[in-house]
Design a protein around this ligand. Structure first.
Ligand SMILES: Nc1nc2c(ncn2[C@@H]2O[C@H](COP(=O)(O)OP(=O)(O)OP(=O)(O)O)[C@@H](O)[C@H]2O)c(=O)[nH]1
Ligand SMILES: [Mg+2]
Length: 414
């Protein structure tokens, strides 16, 4: 093989060195490019980007097993469409600092890039101090609303006198046993909030409370993710309810079921809340966090279920919470493919926390998975294991089970 031809120039040893050096540099650049695409992100292997990064959509939002090597920019709005949704909070003026804390974390982890509006609701007028305190936390729109006495009031069959008697009876039996405002809150969250003028035109809502924590970056839009994958109810933590607060809830649920069988789907997640004995097992989604397609709560089934419960009086004479009611409804009206556990969203409400233990999910978080309640929770395990139940089987169990007024919970374990 002849020497390279350099025209009129005579090749020298120096020129050879230069050519070899250039070739080596080119080879190095090529190797580095290959390595970054193959090892760094995994995307070089043909694995599509998570939707948050503009790629195709997936059942698993975080591309489990692969983190992008380049961090997202927190200065720019995230690309992509938004749903007609909002972050909705019921809150008191006195909880300003607690809500500022929750919003600070949710903004930093998610909403400063996604720009969803906040809807803040109160049974009293929000003070100027409250509004000023919130204005320093977010640039996103904040809508303020006050509840009227229909939304923040007694159930139609309940009297203030009888309520006083019951609150006195229950005040030492469980937390908030003697609190009237807690009863108004539970009733509002169960069956009223989605009718509020600031909420009624929304398709989706994400519930937020004061004093909660968000531990992980959320680099995609959970609303869009749910919509695109057919989910209607999303949760993070699933504990058990205190039985004495819902003594007759299942009895009344069963009564509603018997009268409204035509509104039940052919298969559902009823198995998750009901044992083979036909009783409620106290499992519920902790609704202080929930992301929901509001068509669920606006359905005829949910509306009649709430009205039935409202007439039964248990919001005031017992302490029925929105969490078991939303959860029983979701379980009876949805199937397993419509309910999503956001394992990647590290979250804490005083009392319980969830911290993802999957290494890739955890890389986006600041929390200790060893403290996570969720991997010990019997209801969470049950959620992972149960399958859909056919309507005929569900109705059989509902009819067969003892018509006890106070339901007997069986073990959660399966
Ligand atoms: N405006 C208003 N908001 C309330 C009232 N009571 C509760 N809330 C709000 O309703 C939501 C649920 O109330 P919480 O007191 O957090 O109830 P909980 O989560 O069951 O219990 P803890 O968080 O342990 O107190 C929170 O966002 C509260 O800020 C009230 O009387 N007025
Ligand atoms: Mg709370």
């Amino acid at each position: 093989m002849g020497l390279p031809h350099f025209g009129t120039l005579k090749p020298t040893a120096r020129m050879y060195k230069l050519v070899v050096l250039l070739a080596a540099l080119l080879a190095l650049c090529f190797t580095m490019w290959m390595a970054s695409s193959l090892l760094g992100t995994g995307y070089g292997r043909g694995i599509p980007l998570p939707s948050a990064f503009g790629g195709t959509r997936h059942k698993v939002p975080l591309e489990v097993g692969r983190l992008p090597s380049v961090r997202v920019s927190y200065d720019k709005p995230a690309p992509g469409e938004r749903v007609n949704g909002a972050i909705v909070v019921l809150v008191r003026n006195s909880e300003l600092q607690g809500l500022r804390g929750s919003m600070r974390m949710l903004e930093d982890r998610f909403n400063r890039r996604y720009g969803y509006p906040y809807v803040l609701l109160n049974d009293e007028e929000f003070t100027q101090e409250f509004r000023d305190g919130i204005a320093t936390i977010t640039k996103n729109e904040v809508r303020y609303g006050v509840l009227n006495s229909t939304m923040w009031g007694y159930s139609p069959t309940v009297t203030p006198e009888e309520t006083r008697v019951k609150l006195e009876e229950n005040k030492d039996r469980y937390l908030y046993g003697g609190s009237l405002s807690y009863r108004f809150m539970c009733r509002f969250q169960s069956g009223m909030f989605f009718h509020h003028p600031l909420v009624r035109d929304l398709d989706w809502y994400w519930r937020l409370e004061p004093d909660v924590k968000y531990f992980c970056d959320i680099d995609y839009d959970p609303f869009v993710y749910m919509r695109d994958n057919g989910f209607k109810y999303g949760f993070t933590i699933a504990p058990r309810e205190i039985r004495s607060t819902v003594e007759t809830l299942w009895y009344h649920t069963r009564e509603w079921v018997k009268k409204h069988t035509h509104l039940l789907p052919e298969k559902s997640l009823a198995n998750w809340v009901m044992g083979t004995d036909g009783h409620y097992n106290m499992c519920h989604f902790w609704s202080n966090f929930e992301i929901v397609d509001l068509s669920l709560y606006r359905s005829e089934a949910y509306r009649t279920y709430f009205e039935h419960l409202d007439r039964a009086g248990g919001f005031f004479y017992e302490r029925w919470g929105a969490a078991p009611i939303h959860s029983i409804a979701a379980a009876l009206l949805l199937n397993k493919d419509q309910v999503h556990w956001f394992e990647d969203i590290g979250y804490e409400h005083p009392g319980n926390m969830h911290c993802p233990r999957d290494a890739v999910m955890h890389a986006r978080c600041v929390c200790d998975p060893a403290r996570s309640y969720t991997y010990r929770s019997a209801c969470q395990t049950r959620f992972a294991k149960v399958n859909n139940m056919q309507k005929a089987r569900f109705l059989q169990l509902i009819h067969q089970s003892e018509p006890e007024y106070a339901s007997v919970a069986e073990s959660v374990n399966i």
